[in-house]
Design a protein around this ligand. Structure first.
Ligand SMILES: NC(=O)c1ccc[n+]([C@@H]2O[C@H](COP(=O)([O-])OP(=O)(O)OC[C@H]3O[C@@H](n4cnc5c(N)ncnc54)[C@H](O)[C@@H]3O)[C@@H](O)[C@H]2O)c1
Length: 395
């Protein structure tokens, strides 16, 4: 076992003690073994808050298989505690630093118990389901956590390949207004601070993307005294950033003089090969988007004469002309790989929605077409978490 179960148990209990909404959802909706007989496959970040959710699902009668949705975001202490606790219905295959092959094997393992429900974060499980739907005859539905996973799911839906209904939890205001904005804002700052131990005040920071995550990051960086500029391709959001008081410009213009660049777009090569010549000596690059594709790592490596780890979670690339670039957390989600992920109270809301969505899929899947819910263009679900889907999803 890689982590300390004793430490993990403290982290789990601390998180659970502060997840009061989930506790209430459990008391009101899930206790009485509401998920009895369900087999749930979960691919999320297996740290304390996620493991609290997994515990509640298992307590509700489901058998649960939990794996990572990122090879570096597992908290080994917490997983060790869960394995020691061994409630029987809860199995975990995840550790920090999985190879690509191990990561893939774990995803496949999570699906080997003939799941009835999927809880996905980023769409990797959904992609496997879509590629061989006949292998999952009892699947009732999927609940997806994040923007990137929803973009992938909507693509499968457009191609008519989604085999079961999928709930876009990210589409709920109770999720994206708080998780993506305040959660990513605080935890990205924390991830940067933990990995670098450098001063934020006075730094010139460029935030790429002024969506839900980007505006949280920009807001919190400014709060710490950084001089923040925003690179955003959508002119409306770019205008919002301007009126919110940030400098706004094209990436190539803003990079000159930038001391830190943080991407949060969900798109590829936001810091691209062509940008590398603009980077200032000593610049810090970090990503908060779901996949490690936002900074062109191949181009960075190709442009470098040497790479070395200079601190846990910080890689120094020496460019061929001698400039140094510091990459945090291998270009993966800096808040989860370099920090502890979102604050507990934030994940309390997001995971309460997830628990209710799974229950909803269990109870309503027969009447739901194999589509993503809520349908495009419908009003965003809002209101108290318990009633989150009222008026949006069919009853
Ligand atoms: N780190 C975390 O814990 C966490 C939490 C929630 C979401 N996410 C992930 O963060 C990413 C962003 O999510 P979001 O909810 O903010 O999405 P969003 O759609 O609200 O915002 C993304 C923004 O990026 C802009 N953009 C796209 N390409 C760009 C480019 N090349 N340069 C500059 N701007 C560009 C878009 O116009 C959009 O405004 C996704 O991958 C999502 O899955 C991460």
């Amino acid at each position: 076992m890689r982590g300390s179960a004793e430490e993990g148990l403290k982290k789990l209990n601390w998180a659970e003690g502060h997840m009061k909404v989930l506790r209430r959802v459990w008391e009101e909706d899930l206790s009485g073994r509401a998920l009895e007989g369900e087999r749930i496959s979960m691919a999320l970040h297996p740290e304390a808050k996620t493991c609290v959710l997994a515990r509640y699902l298992a307590r509700s009668g489901a058998s649960v298989r939990l794996v990572a949705c990122n090879p570096y975001s597992t908290d080994d202490d917490v997983v060790a505690a869960l394995l020691e606790e061994a409630p029987g219905e809860l199995e975990v295959m995840a550790w920090r630093g999985e190879s690509e092959r191990e990561y893939r094997e774990a995803l496949l393992w999570s699906l080997q118990h003939n799941p009835t429900l999927i809880l996905d974060d980023g769409g990797d499980l959904t992609e496997i389901i879509v590629s061989r739907p006949r292998d999952f005859p009892e699947l009732k539905g999927i609940s997806e956590e994040t923007t990137t996973g929803i973009i992938r799911a909507r693509g499968f839906e457009r191609e008519g390949r989604l085999p079961v209904p999928l709930i876009d939890v990210n589409g709920a205001k109770m999720k994206r207004l708080f998780d993506n904005r305040y959660g990513t804002g605080q935890s990205t700052l924390e991830g940067v601070l933990r990995t670098t131990n450098l001063l934020i005040a006075g730094k010139r920071v460029v935030v790429a993307g002024y969506g839900y995550c980007g505006r949280g990051i920009a807001m919190r960086m400014r709060g710490m005294g950084a001089r923040v500029a925003v690179a955003e391709v959508d002119p409306v959001k770019a205008s919002e950033a301007l009126l919110d008081g940030f400098d706004v410009g094209r990436m190539e213009e803003l990079l000159e003089g930038a001391e830190m660049v943080i991407t949060a777009t969900g798109m590829k090569n936001v810091v691209a090969a062509g940008h590398l010549r603009k980077l200032k000596d000593g610049v810090i690059l970090a990503n908060a988007g779901h996949f490690n594709v936002e900074i062109d790592l191949k181009a960075l490596e190709g442009a470098s004469s040497g790479v070395r780890e200079v601190r846990d979670g910080v890689k120094e690339y020496i460019l061929k002309d001698g400039r140094r670039v510091f990459l945090l957390a291998e270009g993966r989600l800096v808040n989860l790989v370099g920090g502890q992920g979102h604050p507990v109270e934030i994940m309390d809301l997001s995971f309460s929605l997830q628990a209710l969505s799974l229950l909803y899929l269990k109870e309503n899947h027969v009447r739901l077409p194999a589509r993503a819910f809520p349908p495009r263009g419908s009003p965003s679900p809002s209101g108290r978490p318990r009633n989150i889907w009222a008026g949006v999803l069919p009853r």
